[in-house]
Design a protein around this ligand. Structure first.
Ligand code: NAP
Ligand code: F7E
Length: 392
């Protein structure tokens, strides 16, 4: 047992035996956006939740800190690149359901680290499936695989549904395609209850800060509070079907409660551009933007302010384009059709509207920036990106 008493050494996990009457879920990627919301959701349902975390030099896990110490929440060390660690955790926990959410999930980063991405996002899925088999759980354990709309990539049809052909368009998507097919293969070869949720982009106040939505809401808050001058973005024309992560984790669970193992598209059915997201986020902080110019010369200029946004912003360029954030190949037209999930799982794709999602994120980030104070670090400033040359 390590410092935090919710972290189990694998050898001690057998002691859990007598405690368990409720269902046991094992979540890889528990520290991520989705892992944290899914943990909360399953704990509310009375599950015993086990999560896999990577060893790290820091011992603070922001998104799940509020769950650590809860009696039904347990953490185990493991890594998607290390089969033995996965076999040990699966063998110790003996889960009824596995949610495989762990991934190198950033598309741009997958161009910089394609081999690592393939190991975690492709072979990692195989390792989880094999761990379940190695522990003799293939007949009882249901497995959810976090698949992605990125599989549609250079889209061959709009909107996309379960029958739309795949055309992956990044190292991330190619790795995730392997994950999708190996799950299907194990379902057919070994009759395992394993399914992929083909989830379209879902965001929240817990979204990683370098994904476009969170980068925008944080920047809008920082600009409105005088801590940042300008937001630099890549392709403003890119179209996404953005939903709220909290609503999407319910669907992961529903997919595993279905009477047979099937794959599902999870999306809102509504599409917006990066430019539209930006305009709305800035509007929420009291800044009205007008976009002028094209391509790399496009700019978002402040034409009016309201509320507490400073008058001095009027006339300034607050959004600019930098080729730094262009991708070698970009996916530009994602739009999901959630008809099957609605009909078969009874899932409501429109619980949280696009407008509500932007509001939730902006309000969270306005409060965050206010609490960070004048010394706030401006992680989305281009100068810092260029200087460090590491974060995209
Ligand atoms: P995220 O916030 O980036 O979380 C990724 C998680 O994976 C983190 O807990 C991370 O741990 C863990 N991880 C990464 N490499 C690992 C390794 N080698 N071993 C063990 N754990 C590892 O991603 P998310 O947005 O929650 O997404 C969850 C899953 O859904 C991912 O598989 C993603 O590809 C997929 N997906 C996401 C979306 C979306 O819009 N969010 C849409 C479709 C599919 P650390 O905290 O230690 O880094
Ligand atoms: O980019 C464009 C960018 O990084 C969205 C992951 O969760 O969803 C996510 O992948 C779009 C792209 O998400 C910037 O070129 C413009 O077209 O927020 P993103 P993503 O690539 O869609 C899918 C479904 C997943 O599976 C992934 O795991 O926005 N864009 N300017 C920008 N993107 C970023 N990151 N930064 C910019 O400055």
């Amino acid at each position: 047992m390590l410092g935090n008493n919710t972290v189990y050494n694998d050898t001690k996990s057998d002691n859990l035996g007598g405690l368990i009457m409720s269902k046991r879920a094992l979540i890889t990627g528990v520290t991520g956006q989705d892992g944290s919301f899914l943990s909360e959701f399953l704990l509310e349902k009375g599950y015993e939740v086990h999560g896999i975390i990577r060893r790290s030099s820091v011992d603070y896990r922001e998104r799940i800190a509020h769950l650590e110490g809860k009696p039904n929440f347990h953490l185990h060390f493991g890594d998607m690149g290390d089969s033995m660690s996965l076999v040990k955790v699966v063998g110790a926990v003996r889960p009824d359901e596995v949610y495989n959410l762990a991934a190198q999930s950033h598309v741009q980063v997958s161009f910089d680290s394609p081999e690592f991405t393939a190991d975690v996002d492709a072979t990692g899925v195989l390792r989880v499936l094999e761990a379940v088999r190695a522990c003799g759980l293939e007949k009882t354990c249901r497995i959810y695989q976090a698949s992605t709309s990125e599989l549609y990539g250079k889209v061959e049809e709009v909107p996309q549904n379960e029958n739309t052909p795949f055309h992956p368009y990044s190292p991330y998507a190619v790795a995730k395609l392997y994950g999708f097919w190996i799950v299907k293969e194990y379902r057919e070869a070994y009759n395992m209850f394993c399914c992929s949720g083909i989830l379209f982009n879902h965001e929240s106040e817990r979204r990683g800060e370098t994904f476009v939505t969170r980068k925008i809401t944080l920047a809008a808050a920082r600009i409105a509070q005088g801590h940042q001058d300008c937001l630099y973005l890549g392709n403003l024309d890119s179209l996404r079907d953005w939903g709220y992560a909290k609503d999407y984790v319910e669907c992961m669970w529903l997919i595993l409660q279905n009477d047979k193992p099937e794959d599902f598209v999870i999306a809102t059915g509504v599409q917006h551009s990066v430019r539209e997201f930006t305009t709305l986020a800035f509007k929420h902080v009291g800044i009205e933007l007008r976009f002028e110019g094209n391509g790399v010369d496009e700019k978002g200029i402040c034409i009016a302010v309201s509320g507490s946004a400073p008058q001095s912003l009027v006339g300034k360029t607050l959004v600019a384009v930098s080729e730094d954030f262009y991708r070698p190949t970009d996916v530009v037209n994602l739009w999901g059709d959630p008809t099957k999930a609605k009909a078969k799982l009874g899932w409501n794709p429109n619980k949280t509207s696009f407008e509500e999602l932007v509001k939730i994120m902006v309000e969270h980030d306005m409060a965050k920036v206010a609490s960070e104070g004048a010394a706030a670090k401006v992680r989305t400033n281009l100068a810092e990106y260029l200087e460090k040359g590491i974060v995209k």
